[in-house]
Write a protein that binds this ligand. Structure first.
Ligand code: 13P
Length: 249
């Protein structure tokens, strides 16, 4: 089974009203009728701006996080219902930067996954090992533990999530996992999904993220279990992001 690929940009904490306008102008001009699904995951203050610009285009809107809580005294957080108000289709959950700088545990990531699913938002659940974990031979154990936490989210079908394998050592470092390294972890994740939900496993998209760029995208995306990309730095440069989209078919 070949999944329609998903190329999602993660703008992280970058952009401004003016910079976003310029980036979106170029993306909307160049995207055409893409052979893959496309999304941009933008900082929360820009959801309204980007919603207005991508409406009616092939570019879907994504958020970079979602609260595990439905509402209330949680200063600084955005609920899934609020994201619904802006037509948000995807929410990144458990990015390594949230795990590292905000202490998000597997349990929190699972609760956020459930909160997104409950509101019809597709969570892009990130897993990935640090360099120390890889060097200690613990890659499989770490990613399997992280994926296991979200596999049985109450009342929802695992087929509604997107998984992103993002080796922490490859994020923003220019050091990409080789296609073979990435494929071997993707195959582990696929097998785990198969074990948990055999009838859905083949259809669950597993994205690769970590220094994916215009030059290396085609080879990574050519691997059998790589169903798309979660792109940081290169998603801020329209020509690069468009080339990655073109490589995904
Ligand atoms: P880079 O593409 O900048 O390495 O970032 C990857 C990432 O963290 C996407 O979520």
């Amino acid at each position: 089974m070949t999944n329609r690929k998903l190329i999602a940009g993660n703008w992280k904490m970058n952009g401004s009203l003016a910079a976003n306008e310029a980036l979106l102008d170029a993306l909307l001009q160049g995207v055409g009728a893409p052979g893959c699904d496309v999304a941009v995951c933008v900082p929360a203050p820009y959801l309204a701006q980007v919603q207005g610009r991508v409406a009616g285009s092939p570019i879907a809107l994504g958020a970079q996080d979602v609260s595990a809580q439905p509402q209330g005294a949680f200063t600084g957080e955005q609920s899934a219902a609020m994201l619904n108000d802006f037509g948000v289709r995807y929410a990144i959950v458990g990015h390594s930067e949230r795990r590292q700088y905000h202490g998000e545990s597997d349990e929190v990531v699972a609760a956020k996954t459930a909160a997104a699913l409950a509101r019809g938002i597709t969570p892009i659940v990130c897993v990935g090992e640090t360099l120390a974990e890889r060097e200690a031979g613990r890659t499989e154990e770490v990613v399997k533990r992280q994926l296991a936490a979200v596999i049985h989210v109450n009342g929802h079908c695992i087929s509604e999530i997107v998984v992103a394998y993002e080796p922490v050592w490859a994020i923003g470092t220019g050091k990409t996992a080789s296609p073979e390294q990435a494929q071997s972890v993707h195959a582990v994740l696929r097998a785990q999904l198969h074990h948990a939900a055999s009838e859905h496993a083949a259809g669950i998209r597993i994205l690769y993220g970590g220094s994916m760029n215009a030059a290396n995208a085609a080879e990574l995306l050519g691997q059998p279990d790589i169903d798309g990309g979660l792109i940081g730095g290169a998603s801020l440069k329209a020509p690069d992001f468009l080339q990655i989209i073109a490589a995904a078919r």
